[in-house]
Design a protein around this ligand. Structure first.
Ligand code: HEC
Length: 138
């Protein structure tokens, strides 16, 4: 019960922040979903799996104790400026003190580690998360 109340609070909090993110982010705001072939999506998914992202961010489960589900982080990423997401993927530690990140850390009792992602792959991971958010990944 306590966990549920906390979850609801975090959700309400994140929703507000997401709206702020939308207002600030004109780059991705209202952008039509990018068209990707099945092969392109499979390649992007390989990058996500090869870095071990899917070890913590589950496909099937809504959530896990090690991290938010893929669909959840995709929605979070879509609500934020691309620059922020790339920076997060390459070096999450830089953002641990931001209030919305703190709320997630509190909820999952876990810090997302630095996974040694380079800029080129961070761009691919971003593209993958946008594809998930746009419902292109079945
Ligand atoms: C060891 C577990 C773990 C691994 C591996 C991991 N993450 Fe995370 N991730 C988390 C946790 C936990 C959070 C919630 C924030 C926090 O507690 O640090 C998170 C949050 C996120 C978010 C949402 C950030 C926000 O606040 O909007 C994105 C996007 C993300 N992860 C992408 C990735 C990608 C891409 C990879 C692979 C390069 C990855 N994660 C690997 C645990 C992990």
């Amino acid at each position: 019960m306590r966990k549920f109340v906390l979850g609801a609070l975090v959700f309400a909090f994140l929703s507000t922040l997401s709206l702020n993110g939308f207002a600030k982010d004109n780059a991705t705001k209202g952008k039509a979903p990018k068209k990707l072939t099945k092969e392109q999506i499979a390649k992007l998914r390989d990058v996500f799996d090869n870095y071990g992202c899917s070890g913590c961010h589950m496909y099937m489960h809504k959530d896990s104790t090690s991290g938010p589900a893929v669909a959840v982080i995709a929605a979070l990423a879509k609500a934020k400026p691309k620059k922020w997401v790339i920076s997060w993927i390459m070096d999450p530690k830089k953002h641990y003190n931001e209030p919305d990140v703190k709320a997630l850390i509190h909820q999952y009792v876990q810090y997302m580690p630095n996974n040694g992602v380079n800029k080129k792959d961070a761009e691919k991971l971003y593209e993958y998360l946008m594809a998930v958010a746009d419902g292109l990944v079945k």
